[in-house]
Design a protein around this ligand. Structure first.
Ligand code: 13P
Length: 250
């Protein structure tokens, strides 16, 4: 049985004082969960988040990184820098970064490789636009994004990658994919990983769903065969609501 991983993506929200308060509020609410809980916070909150989350079961991630170790890349943050303060996870290739910051399948792949160089665990995002869905291209798009993101990784690295299937039309829109559509997409991703890296590897990879996940729909999504948790945007900004997603069985 794969574990469930529930990760919050705060995007460009929350100040350090709000971060500390949030984690102090969340920690007692999720302390007994058997699921993995991750918060991916802005760079300016990372240090505060890591300190506040010490001695809790909440893990901390960043939302992006550069693929180079250091150098003349004004405004960027490297995997080495993230590792130096003990960040554990990093989101790579979120659709907002692909859309607004020229992230490509090639840079996603470079960043995933760089993440492993610094022992960071990548959460790699893939997903189709509404146009692509309507053209019947979901499987083609997301399996290709997955293949390119993971290109050149070892089996062990693939096993330690979290994939987040996030249909772009479902992000921040209140429209969630049906549980069947979400599960079919996640299954297609798993099948592609099996083709390239073998069934054993594919069976172990955590594949999340993301896109308007909230406490009222988490349980039905997480009851599906292949959905191993969620990457949560808006609903991860309130500790109480986010805790209910983590504790979806209750
Ligand atoms: P929402 O949950 O706000 O739709 O955002 C999803 C997302 O982009 C998480 O990475």
């Amino acid at each position: 049985m794969r574990r469930k991983v529930i990760a919050g993506n705060w995007k460009m929200n929350m100040l350090p004082n709000e971060t500390i308060q949030f984690i102090e509020d969340l920690a007692p609410l999720v302390k007994d969960t058997e699921h993995e809980v991750i918060l991916c916070v802005p760079y300016t909150d990372l240090f505060y988040a890591l300190l506040t989350a010490q001695n809790t079961n909440i893990k901390i991630g960043a939302q992006n990184m550069h693929f180079a170790e250091s150098g003349a890349y004004t405004g960027e943050v490297s995997g080495k820098m993230l590792k130096s303060i003990n960040v554990e996870y990093v989101i790579i290739g979120h659709s907002e970064r692909r859309q607004y910051f020229n992230e490509t399948d090639e840079t996603v792949n470079k960043k995933v490789k760089a993440a492993f160089e610094y022992a960071l665990k990548p959460i790699v995002c893939v997903g189709e636009t509404l146009e692509q869905r309507e053209a019947g291209k979901v499987e083609e798009i997301i399996t290709n994004q997955t293949k390119l993101a993971l290109d050149g990784l070892t089996n062990e690295q693939v096993e330690n990658t979290i994939i987040a299937y996030e249909p772009i039309w479902a992000i921040g829109t209140g429209k969630t994919a049906t549980k069947e559509d979400a599960n079919d997409a996640v299954k297609a991703i798993r099948k592609k990983i099996a083709e390239i890296y073998g069934q054993n590897v594919a069976d172990g990879v955590i594949i999340q769903y993301g896109g308007s996940v909230k406490s009222s729909n988490a349980k039905e999504l997480f009851s599906m065969s292949d959905i191993d948790g969620a990457l949560v945007g808006g609903a991860s900004l309130k500790a109480d609501e986010f805790s209910k997603i983590v504790e979806f069985e209750k």
